[in-house]
Write a protein that binds this ligand. Structure first.
Ligand SMILES: NC(=O)c1ccc[n+]([C@@H]2O[C@H](COP(=O)([O-])OP(=O)(O)OC[C@H]3O[C@@H](n4cnc5c(N)ncnc54)[C@H](O)[C@@H]3O)[C@@H](O)[C@H]2O)c1
Length: 326
């Protein structure tokens, strides 16, 4: 069985460890964190695992084949490059790195280690509703896509080291780039540091894609209700994805407006269509478990991960464009 080490046992790390242990996806050689108290918590829960505060030693340990990095973004570049140099497969939590420079350097480094799997933890691309949307878009059911609009807001945890853009936009960017199979040429953002000076906690981001498609992403840690919604408007149908819904997460609206060419000078007609609303059946499983299983499978088969380093770099590029625009 694949032997992995988890670096970072803060908020997200315990979810990763639980998925590995509960589903028997791999053997955990080490759980590593700088904070001993967090490690003791992990040891109490899983008495058989080894714990360590020394990431360098863990990264080089012969009992470790793959490393999952779930530490703050500022540490991703150094930990990921050391793990690669030590011959390990790596899965780096989103976002891949703290700048395009770091992300591209990491990408260049991976060329030297083509046999090692490199994956980025864009978990939503393993979630059943996102996979269903990809299927719907690929089938052409929505027609030509005109625009997308996404909202990810709630009374969220203000991160210490990154803005709301670096914290939340990786989710929307990875979902949109995957669904639309293109990355934006233009990224513009307006934002504000409402609570802590210098730390933007609300942002409105505009995107323009090479195909002409436009998009809007609203992000905030300062909202009264939790919204996780993506609207995709096509020439034939429209789709609403609401991740806070328990059952009908996706709804496809057979709605639209058809334009008829004028028969005589200056006369044109618009016909409005409001047809059926269909909610497709969606599988139910935890995306993080599927993501880790995919990582293990890519290592075994040599397949390129769905969320490969190219996707990781694209997301970081868009994040940096948004932050520069602010
Ligand atoms: N995929 C997702 O849906 C998802 C969700 C939440 C967070 N994340 C990502 O996971 C990562 C961690 O986020 P978090 O919210 O858990 O952060 P966190 O601050 O709660 O936890 C990070 C942990 O890493 C430890 N750490 C820092 N530097 C270390 C080092 N050099 N060696 C060992 N341990 C070290 C810290 O002590 C801390 O316990 C971020 O990249 C974040 O964006 C992803």
């Amino acid at each position: 069985m694949l032997k992995v080490a988890l670096i970072g046992y803060g908020y997200w790390g315990p979810n990763i460890l639980r998925n590995i242990m509960d589903n028997g996806l791999a053997e955990v050689s080490f759980c590593c964190d700088l904070d001993k108290k967090k490690l003791e918590r992990a040891k109490r829960r899983y008495p058989a695992i080894n714990i360590s505060t020394d990431a360098q030693a863990v990264l080089r340990h012969p009992d470790v084949e793959a490393v999952i990095i779930a530490t703050p973004v500022s540490t991703h570049f150094s930990l990921a490059s050391e793990a690669l140099r030590a011959g390990k497969h790596i899965m780096v939590e989103k976002p891949l790195a703290a700048s395009v420079k770091e992300a591209e350097e990491l990408q260049a480094l991976t060329q030297k280690y083509p046999k090692q799997t490199v994956m980025v933890g864009h978990t939503f691309l393993y979630s059943p509703p996102v996979l269903k949307m990809k299927e719907i878009l690929s089938s052409g059911e929505l027609g030509k896509i005109f625009f997308v609009s996404s909202r990810r807001v709630n009374l969220g945890i203000h991160q210490k080291d990154v803005s709301v853009i670096w914290d939340l936009a990786p989710h929307d960017f990875s979902i949109l780039f995957y669904l639309l199979a293109e990355e934006p040429a233009v990224v513009r953002a307006l934002g504000r540091d409402c609570v802590k000076p210098g730390l933007p906690d609300v942002a409105f981001i505009n995107l323009k894609f090479p195909s002409g498609l436009i998009g809007n992403v609203e992000l905030s840690w300062l909202a009264p209700t939790k919204l996780r919604e993506t609207i995709i408007v096509g020439s034939k149908k429209m789709l609403v994805y609401n991740d806070t819904e328990t059952v009908e997460k996706i709804k496809i609206f057979d709605h639209g407006v058809d334009f008829k060419d004028p028969e005589s000078f200056g006369e044109y007609q618009l016909s409005y269509r409001t047809g059926n609303i269909v909610s497709p059946k969606i599988d139910g499983y935890e995306p993080l478990g599927a993501e880790i299983a995919h990582f293990a499978d890519c290592i075994k088969t040599g397949k390129t991960p769905r969320t490969d380093i190219k996707m990781g770099v694209s997301v970081v590029r868009a994040l940096e464009m948004a932050e520069k625009s602010l």
